[in-house]
Design a protein around this ligand. Structure first.
Ligand SMILES: [Zn+2]
Length: 94
């Protein structure tokens, strides 16, 4: 029995995993904090962001997934992660 993430076959997730590993090299503990945030239902649910008021979801500007914001929560998290990686490394991100 494996604990493999159901999204692990997704190319984006693979890149993501690699990025997380690299970040964790520089900042131990980052990955667990990140995963906790990602798994948190209040973080994950678009409805927590005012979906009821906004009505119909739109396509994420980045990946096209339905979202009530400019980009979906996954992409926003990814962007946040990218920014912290940039800050940590002080140079380009793969
Ligand atoms: Zn997205």
């Amino acid at each position: 029995m494996t604990e493999e993430c159901p999204m692990s076959e997704d190319a984006t997730s693979l890149v993501y995993k690699e990025a997380l590993s690299r970040i964790e090299d520089r900042m131990p503990g980052t990955r667990i904090v990140f995963y906790k945030g990602f798994l948190d239902p209040s973080n994950r649910s678009e409805r927590a962001e005012g979906g009821r008021e906004r009505g119909t979801p739109r396509a994420c500007a980045s990946c096209g997934a339905p979202t009530y914001a400019e980009t979906c929560s996954f992409c926003r998290m990814k962007e946040r992660l990218r920014e912290s990686a940039l800050a940590a490394r002080g140079k380009g991100f793969p």
